[in-house]
Ligand binder design. Structure first.
Ligand SMILES: C[S@@+](CC[C@H](N)C(=O)[O-])C[C@H]1O[C@@H](n2cnc3c(N)ncnc32)[C@H](O)[C@@H]1O
Length: 212
């Protein structure tokens, strides 16, 4: 491990408090991502030295604002496994984690990484517009997928039937909220991010559908 990577992992250890077994699963995720990153661009190459804080810890922090003991968690646009595979590592054996990823290569990565981590996930290798029909969940998450207005439209089938939405956003979170309120009727709260003082997590508490 490079010095930069080791320092970043140590920084992540100060941010997230998980069991030794969970750390082993997260190490397996990062090792799988390193193997695949050369052939499939899973995360921005300039973030690789900071993978533990920028991606792993940033994903792990979503467990705290989630409802307790969720039975099913659906992550949309999981890409290189953030946050979905990190959630699967943390809630292994307790929560059914579904990962929706329309890119076939990335979906193949998600399946292989889950195997290497020793966690069970359901990978839907298709667009969320199709995959979510008929699904229900306690939590729906999506990171770096779309502006909040579009995200609420994609996640609507789950939000409408009672899922809590957890959407990490950057410094524009409150602007995105104001914009989304023009299109949708919902109640949401903003939570601070552990990894970026300017970022916020949007927690959608209730969702009633289109505005107006
Ligand atoms: C910018 S990446 C973010 C990946 C990951 N969530 C992260 O934070 O690193 C967005 C991902 O969403 C996937 N995606 C885009 N539109 C989608 C859709 N409608 N349904 C499912 N996946 C989608 C893309 O293939 C891509 O892997």
């Amino acid at each position: 491990m490079s010095d930069a990577r080791a320092a970043d992992r140590a920084a992540a250890e100060r941010l997230i408090d998980v069991s030794r077994e969970t750390w082993a699963r997260l190490d397996a995720l990062v090792a799988a991502l390193d193997r695949w990153q050369a052939k499939t661009n899973l995360v921005a190459p300039n973030t690789l030295d900071e993978i533990w804080t920028r991606h792993v810890a940033d994903s792990a922090q979503l467990v705290a604002p989630a409802p307790a003991n969720p039975k099913r968690w659906v992550d949309i646009g999981s890409g290189g496994g953030f946050p979905g595979l990190v959630i699967a590592a943390m809630l292994a054996g307790r929560t059914a984690v579904h990962l929706v990823e329309s890119n076939g290569k990335k979906a193949a990565f998600l399946r292989e990484a889950a195997r290497a981590m020793g966690v069970t996930v359901v990978v839907h290798a298709e667009r969320a517009e199709k995959a979510l029909a008929g699904l229900s969940a306690d939590v729906v998450s999506a990171r770096a997928l779309a502006p909040l207005t579009a995200l609420l439209g994609l996640a609507a089938p789950l939000l409408k039937t009672g899922a809590v939405g957890l959407f990490p956003k950057g410094r524009e979170a409150s602007t995105e909220l104001t914009e989304a309120e023009k299109s949708w009727r919902f109640r949401a709260s903003l939570h601070p991010s552990l990894t970026d003082e300017h970022a916020r997590i949007v927690r959608v508490e209730t969702f009633d559908g289109p505005a107006g």
